[in-house]
Ligand binder design. Structure first.
Ligand SMILES: C[S@@+](CC[C@H](N)C(=O)[O-])C[C@H]1O[C@@H](n2cnc3c(N)ncnc32)[C@H](O)[C@@H]1O
Length: 225
């Protein structure tokens, strides 16, 4: 797969170091919902049990996907970027129950026949896909009662809907551009309910104490059957 979006994410991948070898607790795999290390909710929000299946939309270098696999979850990660997936395969070569595919989120969701117990996205494809297109196939591929959760940067006040994200390329080149979708928590709650999700919560989590940077939009809901 090679198109402008996968190329843009390959460029992004080259600028990102691999995840740390261990987290602050000395664990070699862990789940991280926010842009800050050792911060935010845990994997428990997905309500998964060993033997169940989860789908990571825009898994990047696979840290969260690998962590779920080590918990005995059948863990599928999909990503547009071959370079991101190469990093995931290099970093997690021996993790059983982890499947990685190079695919666009919408295409994968429409093509797969698997029903997942949870679907999630951490600063991933759910941020970079029109929710009007994404939410119906997510709901279709999620079991009734299964959790859909995602995180991303909060919207800039007044800048809602489709926005441009710039991925720096180099000093003499224009940045690569991808589209992202930003809304306030209340709009996410309404939109998810309109698409058949229940128990919807959306909020901006505070950054780590003492930080003057932005928080994290965190959204969790359940497939309403
Ligand atoms: C900011 S990175 C986050 C990666 C990872 N979830 C993490 O927490 O480190 C965004 C990822 O989403 C992937 N992505 C963006 N749009 C996508 C789409 N439509 N389908 C699949 N992957 C996508 C990109 O290739 C990139 O790896």
């Amino acid at each position: 797969m090679s198109n402008a979006r996968s190329t843009a994410w390959d460029i992004y991948s080259q600028s990102k170091p691999q995840r740390r070898k261990t987290n602050a607790r000395g664990e070699v795999t862990w789940f991280n919902w926010t842009q800050y290390p050792d911060h935010g909710p845990g994997v428990d929000v997905l309500n998964l049990h060993p033997g169940e299946g989860a789908l990571d939309l825009g898994c990047g270098s696979g840290g969260n996907t690998a962590h779920l696999a080590t918990l005995g979850v059948r863990s599928v990660g999909i990503d547009l970027s071959a370079k991101q997936l190469a990093k995931a395969r290099e970093r997690w070569p021996d993790v059983d129950d982890m499947e990685l595919h190079q695919a666009d989120a919408l295409t994968y969701l429409k093509d797969t026949s698997t029903i997942f117990d949870a679907v999630y996205s951490v600063f991933g494809a759910s941020w970079f896909t029109d929710p009007g297109q994404l939410l119906p196939p997510v709901r279709a591929r999620l079991k009734p009662g299964g959790v859909f959760a995602f995180s991303q940067r909060p919207a800039v006040e007044g800048c809602y809907g489709c926005q441009a994200s710039y991925i720096p390329r180099g000093p003499d080149e224009d940045p690569a551009i991808v589209k992202r979708w930003d809304y306030d928590p209340g709009v996410w709650e309404r939109t998810l309910k309109e698409h058949g999700f229940v128990d919807v919560s959306a909020s901006v989590l505070a950054p780590p104490s003492g930080s003057r940077r932005t928080g994290t939009l965190f959204v969790r809901c359940v497939q309403g059957g």
